[in-house]
Write a protein that binds this ligand. Structure first.
Ligand SMILES: Nc1ncnc2c1ncn2[C@@H]1O[C@H](COP(=O)(O)OP(=O)(O)OP(=O)(O)O)[C@@H](O)[C@H]1O
Ligand SMILES: [Mg+2]
Length: 505
């Protein structure tokens, strides 16, 4: 067979974990120089297949063939030797290292590098940072960077290894549009210039349509179909992923809003936040929009006491509260679903039940003891509500797929029944079906009188669910839009605040 143009081929791959067949006889190939998008719902088996390619898991059955020869990777090093570079969905947390150290960390230092030559490391890193227009410097600690910056650095590092096969597992979920465009330009350059083969995983189907040559869909660990992008559509991909037609229902409902639930005034934090004031009422969904780095996430972090600020006044239902630590926020009825759920939310070694009840022990215990059946019943409620895919409530959190971990964290905060729910990018990494479920859940909670604040980089999302949108630019609030004034143009105009440019010149 003329298979010379196939870079990698999966032949009847099977991988089983206790209670789940993560991959069940998956077969397909990827041509040299092709950008293949791998799509599927949360828990479909995408990351499992990627972990097999990158030497982290061994398949239970089947063959992986690279350039015509069967391979048996025993470690990440073996995969690297085969010229495979992977940017994993979960960002490894080497948060104490500098950017430069992280760039040069790994089993194989780049051939050109003289051992631990700091000057070379820094210069090389600085050049690479410029590629993505990043303004951080090589000596900055990884832990101080935003999620988007961390993820770009992981991408740069993968590109640095000059791979023949590049795997990107949801690389754009935390990126701004401009950064995504740069990434896509890099991918195209690699494909055209050096014939690099790319496996691309994303829940953002517009991106799949934009960058991929072909799409392969998995469902429940099984291969569903493979189609050239030119012969499919977003609706078609969703249908293949879910197994039926999905109507994107309009979840928005008119609501009457109640009293002010939370009022924030005089919020200042250096150049990052400048005199931010707003309030949110019971039953209201307030959206925050703006470009990455405009201060949206920082507002939420300041409220719950995650960052030190120069000044902030918070009132809950008319009463001033002092919050220096996140636990105090919970005590005052403020819950936060943070952007970086892996570092600030998930308790990886605990099972799913414990992760869900972590913030509402009162609801499942009578005095000293946790009531097992109540815990199981409550957990099941949220598992059903968001179709969380797991083998049992006793499954360890770290063994859930990325998207399902996020759903568990959302479940935890919903269960704690707060007065104010702060959500930062609530549907990041969540598949299309579950996304609208989460939107309806937020709507329902607002209906029951919860005050909800949502930060989202996706304009369609924020415009779908918010009653009111506040727009940020460079740490300032530049405008407020009522629902009937919503439009992408109006938001973008406020986010790039033309009046600031006018002041500067
Ligand atoms: N180490 C593990 N132990 C037990 N089960 C696992 C393990 N890794 C994955 N699984 C299970 O295998 C299934 C497939 O998970 P996988 O991470 O491949 O999904 P995914 O398609 O990447 O989903 P997502 O879009 O949420 O990232 C899930 O049911 C998951 O719970
Ligand atoms: Mg995954």
């Amino acid at each position: 067979m003329g298979n010379n143009d196939i870079w990698i081929e999966f032949n009847n791959i099977t991988k089983e974990f206790p209670g789940v067949k993560a991959l069940d006889g998956v077969s397909f190939g990827i041509k040299k120089g092709e950008v293949l998008a791998l799509c599927g719902e949360n828990g479909a088996g995408k990351s499992t297949l990627i972990n097999i390619c990158s030497g982290l898991y061994k398949p239970d059955g089947g063959k992986v063939v690279v350039k015509g020869e069967e391979v048996h990777f025993r470690s990440a090093r073996d995969a690297e030797d085969a010229k495979i570079a992977t940017v994993h969905q979960e960002i490894p947390a080497c948060l104490n290292m500098t950017i430069a150290e992280n760039m040069f960390l790994g089993p194989k230092p780049p051939s050109k590098m003289p051992l631990l030559d700091r000057k070379y490391m820094n210069e090389h890193t600085r050049e690479r940072l410029e590629v993505f227009g990043l303004t951080c410097s090589p000596g900055d600690k990884m832990g101080r960077l935003t999620l988007a910056e961390q993820s770009l650095i992981n991408i740069l590092k993968a590109l640095d290894s000059e791979p023949e096969f590049l795997i990107l597992d949801e690389p754009t979920s935390s990126l701004a549009d401009a950064q995504k465009d740069i990434l896509f330009a890099q991918i195209r350059k690699l494909r055209e210039g050096s014939g690099v083969t790319v496996l691309y995983v994303s829940h953002r189907l517009e991106e799949v349509m934009e960058i991929a040559d072909r799409v392969v869909v998995l469902k429940d660990g099984q291969f569903v179909n493979s189609k050239p992008i030119s012969e499919t559509s977003m609706d078609d991909i969703v249908r293949m992923m879910v197994g039926r037609d999905v109507e994107v229902a309009n979840v928005y409902t008119e609501r009457s809003v109640g009293d002010v639930a939370m009022k924030v005034t005089g919020l200042n934090r250096g150049r990052i936040l400048r005199d931010v004031n707003f309030e949110v009422r019971r039953g209201e969904i307030l959206g925050f929009s703006g470009f990455q780095g405009s201060g949206r996430t920082e507002i939420l972090r300041a409220i719950v006491g995650l960052d030190k600020v120069n000044s902030i006044n918070v009132e809950i239902e008319g009463k001033p509260v002092r919050i220096h630590r996140p636990e105090q926020a919970v005590q005052h009825g403020i819950a936060m679903i943070s952007e970086n759920r892996r570092d600030e939310g998930v308790i990886p070694n605990f099972d799913v039940e414990k992760n869900i009840i972590a913030s509402s022990l009162k609801r499942v215990s009578n005095g000293l003891f946790i009531n097992r059946s109540k815990t199981r019943e409550q957990t099941q409620r949220y598992v059903d509500m968001m179709s969380i895919k797991l083998s049992s409530g006793k499954q360890l959190m770290m063994n859930l797929s990325g998207g399902n971990q996020q759903k568990v964290i959302i479940g935890r905060w919903l269960m704690s029944d707060p007065i104010v729910l702060l959500c930062d990018e609530p549907t990041r990494g969540i598949d299309v079906g579950a996304k609208s479920e989460i939107h309806s859940i937020l709507m329902e909670l607002a209906n029951q009188g919860m005050a909800i604040v949502v930060v989202s980089s996706e304009l369609p999302e924020i415009m779908t669910i918010s009653d009111r949108i506040l727009v940020m630019c460079e740490g300032r609030m530049t405008g407020e839009l009522k629902r009937k004034e919503f439009s992408e143009e109006a938001i973008v105009a406020l986010a790039s605040d033309l009046s600031i440019g006018a002041r500067a010149s």
